[in-house]
Design a protein around this ligand. Structure first.
Ligand SMILES: [Fe+2]
Length: 211
């Protein structure tokens, strides 16, 4: 499907009240935000999330899903509500292979808590959200902990109508350490970029480009 046709379909889907393929409008939003077809915020809409110059020069490197993905995580953009830790916010946009903003895609984020422990029975530090009209997303969470063999990382899975599009992992600058990762998975290309902010919460940016 051409990018134009894809965007047209996604725009129609949004105009009709949501991304029905995910049943998003029938799912309870686990954050305090109001019901909406995508987790857009005023700040996000004002940001150049869909600007062509923000599209990465190369597709985002894929990384292994690992053994701890749990399907069916709730719609939840704020994982910081799930436990204590150093709160961070990661914002960015998702672009297709041709650098067109990818609206209405599902992003699953999952990670350990600050002590390096996964919730494999429930959905603490696990949630999904939908990219907004300009491909934007916003994740609020805490810095994950390291666990044996792995440096601190956040798992990500992007999915569309046709299923999975990209599975990868993100790393936190100044926290994630190549020497701490005996798997060799740590990748500089997947390190989130610090963004200056006046607030107390550290902000980061990461833009995804699909293969
Ligand atoms: Fe992991």
């Amino acid at each position: 499907m051409s990018p134009f046709r894809y965007m047209t379909i996604m725009a129609l889907a949004l105009a009709l009240g949501g991304c029905g393929d995910y049943g998003s409008d029938t799912e309870p939003e686990s954050t305090t935000s109001t019901r909406a077809p995508a987790p857009a915020t005023t700040e996000q809409d004002a940001a150049p999330a869909g600007a062509a110059d923000a599209c990465p020069a190369a597709p985002t490197p894929a990384q292994t899903e690992g053994p701890y993905f749990s399907p069916g995580a709730p719609r939840k953009a704020d994982l910081a509500q799930d436990g204590d830790g150093d709160v961070i916010v990661v914002r960015g946009a998702v672009y297709d292979a041709a650098c067109a903003p990818a609206a209405g895609l599902r992003i699953d984020f999952w990670q350990t808590d600050a002590d390096g422990v996964y919730d494999n029975d429930g959905f603490r530090f696990r949630g999904h959200q939908l990219t907004n009209a300009t491909g934007g997303y916003e994740l609020r969470t805490v810095v994950p902990g390291a666990y044996t063999g792995r440096t601190e990382h956040i798992h990500v899975k992007l999915s569309g109508d046709g299923g999975e599009l990209l599975t990868t992992q993100l790393y936190v600058p100044g926290v994630s350490d190549q020497d701490e990762d005996s798997t060799g998975l740590f990748d500089e290309d997947n390190v989130i970029a610090p963004v200056e902010s006046n607030g107390s919460t550290q902000q980061y940016r990461f833009d995804f480009r699909l293969p």
